[in-house]
Design a protein around this ligand. Structure first.
Ligand code: BJW
Ligand code: ZN
Length: 246
C-alpha cells in the first residue's frame, strides 16, 4: 500500500496517537463482525440479543449466544493487525488503543494501554447483587445462577440502551481530543457514542485516518480512508513509520 507523504510526516512528528478499533480488526483472526455479510447480526438483529430486555425475556438464549462466541474467541489467535497495534504503543510518546471489541485479542498480542468501551466477554456478573462470577464452564448453554444470591448472571458487556463505563469513555474522549493523529480501524462507526470519537478528534485538529475494507458513515468527515485489510495495512504502516526514523 502507498501511504501519503502527509500521513507519514504527521506520524513522524506525532506525540499523541489514538486508535478506535472495532470488530473488523479481529475479522482476520476468524471472529465474525456484526454488520458485514455473514456477520453476527445477519442471523439475529441486535435488538433481539444485545439488550437487557432480550436477556430477561430469554436468558438461556442470550447466554448461549455469548457462550458460542466465547468458544470462537477461545480458539482464535491475534493477527498481524493486533501485533502491529501492540508495536505502535512503543513508537509514540502517548498511544491510546480504544477498543469496542470484547475479545481480549489486543491484550494477547501484547498491548498494554487499552481502553475497553463495550466491556469484556471474560467477565460475568449477577444482575441482582452485582457479584462477579469466577471462572465459568463455557460449554454450559443454560444461564448461570449467582453463587451468592441465585440471581441471573450476565456477561459484563455493554448492551444497547446501557451507559458505557464512565471512566473509559471519559478517557477515550480525552485521548481523541488530544490526538495529533487519530485512526478509526475496522469499525462501521454506526454505534454511538464510540462513533463520535473520530469526529471529536478531527474537530479538535487531529489528522484523522480510517482503515477499513470499505468507506463508512463517517469517511467524509476524515482526512484519509485507507481501503483494505487492517492486518496488512497496519503491518506495512508500522514498517514505514520505523523507516521514517521513529
Ligand atoms: C474490516 C475487515 C478487515 C471487516 N480489515 N476492516 C440514534 C442515533 C444515535 C444513537 C442512538 C440512536 N438510537 C439509539 C442510539 C444509541 C445506541 C446506538 O448507537 N445505536 C445505533 C445502532 C444507532 N447506542 C447505545 O445504546 C450505547 N449506549 C448509549 O448510547 O448510552 C447512553 C444512553 C443510554 C440510555 C438511554 C439513552 C442514552 C451502547 C452501545 C453498545 C453497543 N454494544 C455492542 C454489543 C457489545 C457486546 C457484544 O459484543 O455482544 O457492541 S453492539 C456491537 O456494535 C458491539 C460493537 O462493539 C459495536 C460496533 O460494531 P463494529 O465494531 O463497528 O462492527 P461492525 O460489524 O459494525 O463493523 C465492522 C467493520 O469492519 C465494517 O465496517 C467492515 O467493513 C470492517 N472490516 N473486516 C478492516 N479485515
Ligand atoms: Zn447475586
Amino acid at each position: 500500500m502507498e501511504f501519503s507523504d502527509k500521513l507519514i510526516e504527521k506520524l513522524s512528528k506525532a506525540k499523541n496517537v489514538a486508535v478506535l478499533k472495532g470488530a473488523g480488526v479481529s475479522a482476520e483472526s476468524g471472529v465474525p463482525t456484526f454488520r458485514d455479510p455473514g456477520g453476527i447480526w445477519e442471523k439475529f438483529r441486535p435488538e433481539e440479543l444485545a439488550n437487557f430486555e432480550a436477556f430477561m425475556r430469554d436468558p438461556d438464549f442470550v447466554w448461549s449466544w455469548y457462550q458460542h462466541r466465547r468458544e470462537i474467541m477461545r480458539d482464535v489467535t491475534p493477527n498481524a493487525g493486533h501485533y502491529a497495534l501492540a508495536e505502535m504503543e512503543n513508537l509514540f510518546e502517548n498511544f491510546d488503543l480504544i477498543t469496542q471489541n470484547i475479545d481480549n485479542l489486543h491484550f494477547r498480542a501484547g498491548s498494554r494501554n487499552v481502553t475497553e468501551l463495550h466491556g469484556n466477554i471474560e467477565r460475568n456478573f449477577c444482575i441482582k447483587c452485582r457479584h462477579f462470577a469466577g471462572e465459568i464452564d463455557i460449554t454450559e448453554k443454560k444461564v448461570l445462577k449467582c453463587e451468592k444470591c441465585g440471581g441471573l448472571v450476565r456477561p459484563d458487556v455493554v448492551w444497547f440502551g446501557e451507559m458505557l463505563p464512565m471512566e473509559a469513555l471519559r478517557h477515550a474522549e480525552e485521548a481523541a481530543a488530544n490526538a495529533d493523529v487519530f485512526f478509526s480501524i475496522g469499525t462501521s462507526a454506526e454505534v454511538y457514542p464510540a462513533a463520535m470519537l473520530p469526529v471529536i478528534a478531527k474537530r479538535a485538529g487531529a489528522y484523522s485516518v480510517e482503515i477499513n475494507l470499505n468507506r463508512t458513515a463517517i469517511s467524509y468527515e476524515l482526512d484519509e480512508t485507507l481501503t483494505g485489510k487492517s492486518g496488512q495495512i497496519l503491518s506495512e504502516l508500522v514498517n514505514k513509520i520505523k523507516e521514517a526514523g521513529k
